[in-house]
Design a protein around this ligand. Structure first.
Ligand SMILES: NC(=O)c1ccc[n+]([C@@H]2O[C@H](COP(=O)([O-])OP(=O)(O)OC[C@H]3O[C@@H](n4cnc5c(N)ncnc54)[C@H](O)[C@@H]3O)[C@@H](O)[C@H]2O)c1
Length: 358
């Protein structure tokens, strides 16, 4: 089997995950790592047991076929541009740009260099959401017409970090892009109009909104709602999705979808580690609804079920080794980002955004 070298750009928390995924791939030979600051680059490369390299060294090294971008958001576009120009195949963490113009430029670049580009919408690889999509595709709940998403959590981004210092509707791209992307995946079409509002902030040191209430009317007539707030649940200074505790199942944390079709419904519930399905039927006096399927999973399977970045990256390396294209096409990721930017534009203007001219 022919192996190739890879580079990870950005060696923070997610850079560690990308490095570990590359290490576990049978297709990868050497792993290089880049951080702008030389001392940090060398320190992190040592900790992660990879080879430190400058951006120039990475881009000019023909043995490096694949670059994964795990840097903070502002660096995504310039790094993707440099890598696609250099003929590398690219996996870039979400968000795909900080603005709609930047997201558009991602697509232009990929077309110009005819490159491989996959954006890190890893929930397409997480079992709980794959299962929901399978049930929808099997027709078990009929046509999807109403998706209610509830995401409540504690504040875990911290004071004076690149996240808390970001402004405006930053969290829609940074965090909610995953969940709006899933609404499109489950509904099977795009939003036609989007509206979103914010309550006053509760987290005093966030430069951006700490809550979002997004409503979309989809082209099939269906409705998608996402309610998010990041302060109510009991405090835990780590990403609750990475380090889940049984306690969090009943302390204010919620990450749930209720996906309603015309023949049934599916609920995904991350903090209760389960997915359930309802079937609707015609009763004598009422429409009947019954829970017909419940699947649960163990704490040791949390990562694969709800947050499978590693599985996604291993699969992308396999696609590249087999000469295949991206499994989640960048044009699809772009539509999800358009949904995000429309929600942000609605929050900034107070208007309903008509997607046909956005
Ligand atoms: N898919 C997911 O579920 C998921 C989860 C967490 C983070 N992320 C994404 O991963 C990215 C990194 O997040 P994180 O939690 O690792 O943040 P982090 O702050 O831990 O790490 C970011 C790293 O990027 C480095 N960096 C900054 N500018 C750079 C540049 N120009 N070139 C190279 N490196 C640069 C920083 O020095 C830092 O080490 C973000 O875009 C975030 O949205 C995705």
């Amino acid at each position: 089997m022919e192996k190739f070298d890879v580079a990870v750009l950005g060696l923070g928390g997610m850079g560690k995950t990308h490095t570990e995924a590359a290490k576990s791939s049978p297709y990868v030979d050497k792993i290089y790592g880049y951080e702008p600051d030389q001392a940090r680059r060398e320190e992190r490369a040592k900790e992660l047991e990879i080879i430190p390299a400058t951006l120039e060294e990475i881009m000019n090294n023909p043995a490096i076929k694949f670059v994964s971008i795990a840097a903070s958001n502002a660096a995504h576009f310039p790094l993707a541009e440099a890598a696609l120009k250099a003929g590398k195949k690219v996996m870039c963490e979400k968000p795909m740009g900080d603005t709609l113009e930047e997201a558009t430029k991602f697509i232009e670049l990929k077309n110009k260099y005819n490159g491989f580009l996959q954006v890190g919408f890893e929930l397409h690889y997480s079992t709980i959401y794959q299962r929901a999509k399978e049930w929808i595709d099997q027709g078990l709940i009929g046509e999807v017409v109403n998706i209610q998403t509830r995401y409540f959590c504690c504040e875990f981004h911290g004071k004076n970090t690149w996240r808390s210092n970001s402004t405006g509707s930053f969290l829609i791209g940074e965090k909610l892009s995953h969940y709006l992307d899933l609404q499109r995946w489950f509904m099977g079409c795009n939003p036609a109009t989007v509206y979103s509002v914010n309550a006053p902030n509760v987290v005093p040191y966030f430069n951006h909104h700490d809550n979002h209430n997004i409503v979309a009317k989809f082209t099939n007539g269906g409705v998608g709602v996402l309610n998010f707030m990041m302060y109510n649940a009991e405090t835990l200074h780590k990403d609750p999705l990475v380090d889940m505790l049984t306690q969090q199942s009943d302390d204010g944390h919620f990450l749930q979808y209720m996906i309603c079709g015309k023949k049934g419904a599916i609920e995904t519930d991350v903090f209760r580690r389960r997915i359930r399905r309802w079937a609707f039927s015609d009763g004598e006096k009422h429409m009947e609804s019954k829970i017909v399927e419940t699947v649960t999973y163990k704490p040791e399977d949390d990562q694969v079920w709800i947050h499978n970045t590693a599985g996604q990256n291993v699969r992308i390396l396999e696609l590249i080794a087999q000469g295949k294209g991206p499994e989640v096409p960048p044009e699809d990721a772009y539509e999800s980002m358009r949904y995000c930017f429309a929600a942000a534009a609605s929050e900034a203007t107070g208007k309903i955004i008509d997607m046909s001219n956005f």
